[in-house]
Design a protein. Structure first.
Lengths: 265, 492
């Protein structure tokens, strides 16, 4: 296992990027998230693990207010981004989402050209003054998405024509293009084959140098491989949160141990 | 009457066949239904259907073919000189049928014996008077040829009916006997019944297709008749629509086509933006409460008969437009551009209102078919709702929406009632939307319901117009379907 490599990673202390305090989420009658407190650090990969339906994706979607698009979903508690409450009335969710980008479970490129997919965010936020600047942003983003070499000759071809792994890296490049500060990834590799997964994991490790990355995953090996911090969710509760190495080798809570050793979940 | 009895007897036989077949199958397996190849009821159905279906099929064909056969036999009995100056063979034949039916009625009421009816001679008795007594009114005295023909008509149809009953009963009996004798525990009844059901479904599907072909062919042959009487260059390339009774009518489709397309374009200009925006609101913005009452409400609009829209055009929209664009000093704009309530604009606007629910419900389905992942992707990048709709949802849904618009266009082109009441009846080329114009559909109605001779080009032109309209809407539908199909391939 790769547990030891994760623990060996330098664990220098980073400043807190997102702080959640007493967060509860209700879907109508259902209580999906129960009093979650967590501090997510800058320039760190944080993994959320846990069995299906434990609320880890729901909590992830709270961090950029994607749950606002669901009518019956109600979020209470405080989530602070750089010390500012993102659920404050004065905060515009649209601006927030530009700062907190998101990559989804299934690759979802728009039915547009590869270039337009990446240029989408910069265009709506007015990040480029002219075509040359936009070209530059697109190239830089595709390079950061580790897909530039594969698509540079066919930027005008539809993004939907790429393979699954390429589509997902295109989506990561698209998210990176808006210059976010935090990147949320909701099971980004669950629809990919092992080779594409390895490419995306390598990419996540590179992204850590610039962004705070939060990744939801079903694969414990993946969490151990890519993350420095791990949070274990169970039935809507945050059971345990700590350095990845510690969670996987020496968990404090018996539920965490049962899950990691395969007895629950 | 014997026909009804025949069918009832066949049905009763097939019910009996069902139980007998099931019985025999069970008996062959010694009462243990597990030893049978199929469920016991399949054996019953096999016997019932094998007896019933071929018999009913022959009965149906016989009933269709017998009148045609008798007609041709009897009409050859009527000599050329027996047809009066002002009449035709068809009219004489309808006299023959009336006399034959009158004789049938007289026999069944007991006024005449069958022998009297068969041997009656118009030279010796007053046929018209005697039939008049039982309520069969004839226009003139019955001439000997007609009476002769009527009597042989009766003879033939009596013989035919007897033969039919015999043949049908024979086929049913053979069918029952054959399938009953085949019923055995190893017989694969389920497979036979399965094939029978498939045959039934194929029959239904081919009837629908054959009817379509029949409609097209009937129009096609009349259209050929029309073009043999009238030059096709005038029809397709002439500039005037002016039917008259003198025989030198100018029958050109172009002014009508212009009116049709002009009104349709106005209707689409009304229906497409309103319908599309309504669909976007309903599928993207409205919450469940609004959606649950607004959508059915919009669809009620689709259930209103077009004649009611026609009344709306004639009584409300037309006069309102006149108050706006007409009446000189008394009008709202103080202009004198519009004199009557019927105009291209009136019909177009009302037709547009009619098409709103059509466009909106089709577009709504298409917008809902765009995967939520597309919206999430865009919202997750910090796009607003309307940016998401404009730049992601609409481009993804566009081919489907174009398909919906083309379907709406072919409905607009085929619409009749609103145009009759809202657009007027003057065929002309004009770009002024406040003038009366007319369309292909309304001209078809007026040419066919007029009192000109059916064989004249003025009437037959209706078929040429109808066929052109058919080709036009078929083309639009094919185009729409092709676009929708292309759209479907984009996801999945």
């Amino acid at each position: 296992m790769n547990d030891m490599t994760a623990m060996d990673k330098t664990m220098e202390q980073q400043k807190t990027k997102i702080a959640a305090k007493g967060v509860d989420v209700h879907y109508g009658e259902a209580h999906a998230i129960k009093d979650v407190n967590v501090e997510i650090e800058d320039k760190t990969v944080t993994a959320f693990i846990g069995p299906s339906g434990c609320g880890k994706s729901t909590f992830l979607r709270c961090l950029n207010r994607m749950n606002d698009t669901i009518d019956i979903c109600k979020v209470t508690g405080d989530i602070l981004l750089d010390g500012e409450d993102i659920y404050d009335k004065r905060v515009d969710p649209v601006q927030l989402r530009a700062k907190v980008g998101m990559v989804f479970q299934k690759p979802n490129p728009f039915p547009k050209s590869i270039y337009d997919n990446v240029a989408y965010g910069p265009r709506i936020h007015g990040l480029a003054k002219n075509k040359a600047e936009l070209d530059e942003i697109v190239e830089k983003s595709l390079r950061r998405g580790a897909i530039w070499d594969e698509v540079k000759d066919r930027l005008d071809k539809p993004g939907t024509g790429l393979s699954g792994g390429q589509q997902q890296r295109l989506c990561i490049a698209r998210a990176v293009a808006t210059e976010p500060e935090v990147l949320l990834m909701d099971e980004p590799c669950s629809a990919l084959d092992p080779i594409a997964t390895a490419q995306v994991e390598e990419l996540i490790d590179e992204l850590r140098s610039r962004y705070s990355v939060v990744i939801v995953t079903h694969s414990m090996q993946q969490a151990a491989r890519v993350s420095q911090k791990t949070a274990f969710f169970h039935l809507g509760n945050l059971v345990e949160f700590g350095p990845t190495g510690q969670i996987f080798t020496n968990p404090e809570d018996p539920r965490t141990e049962s899950y990691i050793t395969g007895r629950i979940g | 009457m014997p026909l009804l009895w025949l069918v009832l007897i066949l049905l009763a036989l097939s019910v009996a066949g069902f139980f007998l077949g099931r019985q025999r199958a069970l008996a062959s397996a010694g009462g243990n239904s597990k030893d049978l190849h199929s469920l016991p009821s399949y054996y019953g159905h096999n016997v019932a259907l094998t007896g019933l279906v071929p018999a009913l099929g022959v009965l149906a064909i016989w009933l269709l073919a017998q009148p045609l056969f008798i007609e041709s036999r009897v009409s050859s009995l009527i000599p050329e000189e027996a047809i009066p100056e002002s009449s035709t063979l068809g009219l004489v034949m309808s006299d023959v049928r009336r006399v034959a039916e009158g004789l049938d009625l007289a026999v069944s009421e007991g006024v005449m014996t069958p022998e009297q009816a068969r041997n009656m001679r118009s030279e010796f008795s007053d046929v018209r008077g005697r039939l008049g007594e039982i309520g069969v009114a004839l226009g003139s005295d019955v001439r000997p040829e007609v009476l002769n023909a009527a009597q042989s008509y009766r003879n033939l149809s009596n013989t035919g009916t007897t033969a039919m009953i015999f043949v049908v009963a024979l086929i049913a009996a053979v069918g029952f006997a054959y399938s009953y004798s085949k019923t055995h525990k190893d017989f694969r009844a389920r497979n036979v019944v399965e094939q029978g059901i498939m045959a039934l479904l194929i029959l239904a599907a081919s009837l629908a297709i054959l009817t379509t072909i029949g409609i097209v062919l009937s129009m096609f042959f009349e259209t050929i008749n029309f073009f043999s009487l009238h030059s096709w260059t005038d029809f397709f390339f002439g500039g005037t629509w002016a039917p008259n009774f003198r025989g030198d009518s100018e029958l050109s489709i172009l002014p009508l086509l212009w009116g049709t397309l002009y009104i349709s374009v106005i209707a689409l200009l009304v229906a497409v933006p309103i319908g599309l925006f309504a669909a976007i609101y309903l599928s993207e913005y409205a919450n469940n409460a609004v959606r649950s009452f607004a959508k059915p409400l919009l669809e009620i609009l689709a259930g209103i008969p077009t004649i009611v829209y026609g009344l709306f055009a004639l009584l409300t929209v037309g006069p309102a437009l006149v108050r706006f664009f007409g009446q000189g000093e008394n009008g709202i704009l103080g202009v004198e551009w519009m004199s009557g309530a019927t105009s291209v604009l009136t019909a177009g606007v009302v037709m547009g209102i009619m098409l709103i629910p059509f466009v909106s419900s089709l577009s709504d389905d298409i917008i809902n078919a765009v995967p939520q992942a597309m919206r999430d992707g865009s919202l997750g990048l910090g796009a607003t709702k309307s940016e998401t709709i404009r730049q992601v949802v609409m481009p993804a849904a566009l081919p489907g929406i174009v398909g919906a618009v083309l379907l709406a266009a072919s409905r607009a082109i085929g619409e009749t009632m609103i145009v009759v009441m809202g657009a007027g009846a003057i065929a002309k080329f004009s770009a002024n939307p406040l003038e009366s114009m007319t369309t292909i559909t309304t001209r078809i109605v007026s040419q066919l319901t007029g009192d000109t001779d059916f064989a004249s080009p003025e009437t037959l032109v209706a078929f040429a117009l109808g066929l052109t309209l058919f080709v036009l809407t078929l083309g639009l539908n094919v185009l729409a379907l092709a676009i929708v199909r292309k759209y479907r391939e984009q996801y999945d």
